[in-house]
Design a protein. Sequence first.
Length: 301
Amino acid sequence: MYDWTLLDRARELSDRGEAFAWATVVWRQGPSSGREGCRAIVTADGVLDGWIGGACAEPVVIREARQAIADGQPRLLLLGTSGQFGGAVPDGMTVVPIACQSEGALEIYVEPVEPAPHLLVVGRSPMARTLVGLATALGWCAELIGRAEFDDVGPGSMVVVATQGHFDEDAVEGALRAGPAYVGLVGSRRRGEAVLGYLADRGVPRADLDRVRVPAGLDLGPVPHREIAVAILAELVAFRASRPASPPPASDLVDPVCGMTVEPIGEPVEHDGTAYFFCCAGCRDAFRRDPGAYARKDVRC
């Protein structure tokens, strides 16, 4: 049966503006607990929902999915050995050797999903409505909100305050408290200085105030409200394009016997002050019998 809860989970993450990756089993060689069509969602912090295989597959898929989220590139993985393709690996496929006791293999497609840009515009002016309409036309998730409605703001959200003198200070302070990626204030430079000066006197940290773009938008001089909306949207597009890519996650623990990526679970083995973790009891027992044969392999602890 199709796992509709994964689609609900995907929608939940997208609505919150969180990136994630789909992992889909597209081929298997038995015996393997993963089956064609099995799917899972992996979040940027490494949480996996769904099923793509057991303990051999999950750590590798989580690692590769987090890398895909960081660099925005999909990848096709072969969890096994190139010999399972007669030594001829298709172009574009990444072979990840695993030492699974079942001796099965999986081919998994990992696809990063970037949520639509999230824009909140505070205010009810014609310019604010135009800005929301333009952003929506680009496929963004854009909405008009009231002064205190910042519950849905996430770290990747963008907030434009266009309250036109109606408690601008409260709206900017509320936006900064919510912690979005961008805060802009629509208004003259003089008005902006007054708002930020008032907030500084109220104790808002200078580092936060320095984040406020005022006046919001590219400087086009005195233009109609529709063109002001275009200028603001252009600045938001440029802001998103200039943001540095997320750094890839740190490498995971490696089983010193088989070279598999593993999670720091199960009973570790201490050797020369280093804790080693393993994919299975067999690898752990092999290490205990002759730690010197394996302890030189690269491992994080």
